[in-house]
Design a protein around this ligand. Structure first.
Ligand code: PRP
Length: 212
C-alpha cells in the first residue's frame, strides 16, 4: 500500500488539526515533540506520512502531489490560488479577512480615489478592491505586524486577519469592512483524489462526521 502524505500548516492551526485527526483515529505521536527539528513523520501502521510546512507552501505541495492532503487556512487557499480540491471546512481557526484602519479611513473606501492598502495578502486585497469595490488600490505587500502600516503612515488601510480584534483595538484601529469569513480547510490533490479514492474518501467522511 502506498503512503498517503498529509501536509499541515505550521503554527497555531497544526495543533488543532492534529486533534481533529486524532479523533478519527489518525495519530502521529512524534510530530508533537516540540523540541524535535525533524520535518517528516510516519505512522507505519496506517501508512501515513505527515509534514509541517509554512502555511503558504501547503497549497503548493498539494497541487504538485508532494502531499496528497493539506490542512490550511482559507486565507492561504485564496491567496495562493492553486489547483486543488477543497473538501471540508474543518471549522477550526475561525476568523475574518477584513479591511481595517483608523476610523477616519472609512471615508476613503468606495469614494473612487486611489487608496493605499498594506497586506500580507496582495492577491486577496487586489481582487477585493478591483472586483468588489471597483476602487483603484495601491497594494503594499508586508510580511507581518500589518497593523503598523496605517499607524506610521505607510498605508491608508490594511487587509488582514481579525480573530479576537484585540490587535486592532490595542492599536487604535477598527474593522471598516469584512472581506470574507475564514477557517481551516482540508484540501486534496486532484490526482490523489482519483487514485487513492477509498482511503481518502474514508478519511474525508470520518472527518466530516466529526466536524458536522
Ligand atoms: C495575525 C493577524 C493580526 C492578528 C489578529 O497576526 O495578522 O495581526 O493575528 O488577531 P487578533 O484579532 O486576535 O488580535 P499573527 O499573530 O499571525 O502575526 P503577524 O503579525 O506576523 O502577521
Amino acid at each position: 500500500m502506498e503512503y498517503i502524505t498529509i501536509a499541515l500548516a505550521k503554527g497555531r492551526l497544526a495543533k488543532k488539526a492534529l486533534e481533529l485527526l486524532e479523533q478519527t483515529g489518525v495519530t502521529c505521536e512524534e510530530i508533537k515533540d516540540k523540541d524535535s527539528r525533524k520535518l517528516i513523520f510516519t505512522n507505519e501502521e496506517l501508512k501515513l506520512k505527515f509534514f509541517l510546512a509554512k502555511a503558504n507552501d501547503v497549497p503548493t505541495y498539494v497541487e504538485y502531489g508532494a502531499a496528497d492532503i493539506g490542512i490550511v487556512g482559507k486565507d492561504t487557499i485564496l491567496e495562493e490560488g492553486r489547483e486543488l480540491y477543497e473538501v471540508i471546512d474543518l471549522g477550526i481557526g475561525k476568523c475574518r479577512m477584513c479591511v481595517a484602519g483608523p476610523a477616519s479611513a472609512g471615508a476613503l473606501l468606495g469614494n473612487g480615489e486611489l487608496i493605499r492598502v498594506a497586506t500580507k495578502y496582495p492577491n486577496i486585497a487586489k481582487a477585493y478592491f478591483m472586483n468588489q469595490k471597483h476602487q483603484t488600490a495601491e497594494i503594499i505587500k508586508l510580511n507581518g505586524s500589518i497593523e503598523l502600516a496605517p499607524i506610521v503612515g505607510l498605508s491608508d488601510v490594511i487587509v488582514d486577519i481579525v480573530e479576537t480584534g484585540s490587535t486592532l483595538k490595542e492599536n487604535g484601529l477598527v474593522v471598516l469592512e469584512e472581506v470574507c469569513p475564514l477557517s481551516a480547510r482540508m484540501v486534496v490533490n486532484r490526482v490523489s483524489m482519483k487514485m487513492e479514492q477509498a482511503r481518502i474518501t474514508e478519511l474525508i467522511s470520518n472527518l466530516r462526521s466529526i466536524v458536522e
